[in-house]
Design a protein around this ligand. Sequence first.
Ligand code: PAF
Length: 278
Amino acid sequence: MQIIKTIEELRPIVKGWRKEGLRVGLVPTMGYLHEGHKSLIVKAVSENDRVVVSDFVNPTQFGVNEDLASYPRDIERDAAICEEAGADLIFHPEPEEMYFADSCTFVNMDKLTKGLCGKTRPTHFRGVCTVVSKLFHIVTPDRAYFGQKDAQQLAVIRRMVRDLNFDIEIVGCPIVREKDGLAMSSRNTYLSGEERKAALILHKSLLLGKQMMEQGERDAAKVKAAIIQNMETEPLAKVDYVEIVNPDSLENIDIIKGKALIATAVYIGKTRLIDNEM
Ligand code: PAF
């Protein structure tokens, strides 16, 4: 498995694969890989002839007061995980390789990015859409793999691919959880022992909401209120949002009829965690 740092080196490799008629899968990541990422890579390996994992902490998706500088990084550990999962190549560029000093072109989305995480992270999805578009142009994959944990990101990328006519199949993959239910995330490493226990309230509360819906509750406001009330039993948790939305349009649902995504973001101490259930 190769680790490639420049676009100039990467392009001829992928072109060579294409000439041979090989199908290429891309797993975009910001590194510090965990079992969730590994499951995406394993799936990509099973469905494509060659798999590229991008490992790039993308500065444009972090807000000014967010954790860009402290975001965990460990390329050697990532390389071992990618190798084990069967990836062929890691694309690991420096920020200067991805962005010109005077870059002034960004991919903006009007809808889908305003609610949920977009409310408190107003520039986040502009950064995500921009870097993912760039990765799509650089790697030219047939398929790209994203986790369902970032449900808003998945919906936004699906919409971007549709709206901008990228000829790429977007594959959404299930959330991978620790045994006790905590959704895997590179940011879990920020949690102290006490916070790690407190973080279990996210999934427990989501399951409570899901159970209410399964038992026939149709009033989204009631389900939301019960989830928030349950979250608030945990003193270390501060709810950013709990919303019940259509998983494709991300529009709020009042009366639950068809598919409904319960999405949440919660601060556990200083760490903001997201999770969802359908
Ligand atoms: O989900 C992530 O890790 C990032 O948002 C992504 C898609 C790799 C873009 O930087």
